[in-house]
Design a protein around this ligand. Structure first.
Ligand SMILES: [Zn+2]
Length: 178
């Protein structure tokens, strides 16, 4: 369960980081990670869904986000990277809680992380949703996606943010629109 207060804090953090990095939509997650001092590593066949490997690394980066290859499922790749950024800030303290960052180890997501079984998984999904779909742009996209019949074409909304339809639907529900 992520409380309303926690959700607002997570949203403020995700909005703040996106603004700081001056990212438009669809959010360029690879540019975001590079700007934050990290690196994305695409790997297949590992036992967990994704992870954050704490640095410093030999390539000069402060963290690696390890995810399954982009080519397999580009939208999942984008959401996974954003989800791991959520763990990086919320649960490892990167840049915002230096003492926590100093103490923490790597963060490994289980293969079932999308189901959101734990508070940390829900929080990371919340972060990813806000990071990839800013509220103002989301509402504008909804306005643009109204059909002649007065319905919302959710596929069109999802395309604006380069996310899956289910991610766009979830964001709409979180904003209390659907
Ligand atoms: Zn996770």
């Amino acid at each position: 369960m992520v409380t309303l207060i926690a959700r607002r804090k997570i949203a403020a953090l995700a909005d703040g980081i996106r603004s700081q990095l001056e990212l438009g939509v669809p959010v360029d997650v690879e540019a975001a990670v590079a700007s934050l001092g990290g690196r994305i590593t695409e790997e297949d066949g590992f036992a967990f869904a994704a992870c954050v490997v704490k640095g410093p690394h030999a390539d000069g980066s402060d963290f690696h986000i390890v995810v399954r290859p982009k080519a397999q499922h580009p939208q999942r790749f984008r959401f996974s990277v954003a989800h791991e950024l959520g763990h990086l800030f919320l649960h490892m303290g990167y840049l915002i809680r230096p003492e926590a960052w100093a103490r923490c180890g790597d963060y490994r997501d289980s293969v079932r992380f999308r189901s959101g079984y734990t508070a940390e998984e829900l929080a990371a999904n919340e972060f990813a949703g806000v990071f990839l779909m800013p509220e103002t742009e989301f509402c504008a996209a909804l306005d643009d996606a109204v059909t002649d019949e007065g319905l919302i074409n959710i596929n069109k909304v999802a395309a604006v943010f380069d996310v899956s339809v289910s991610a766009a639907e979830y964001r709409g529900r979180r904003l209390g629109i659907f």
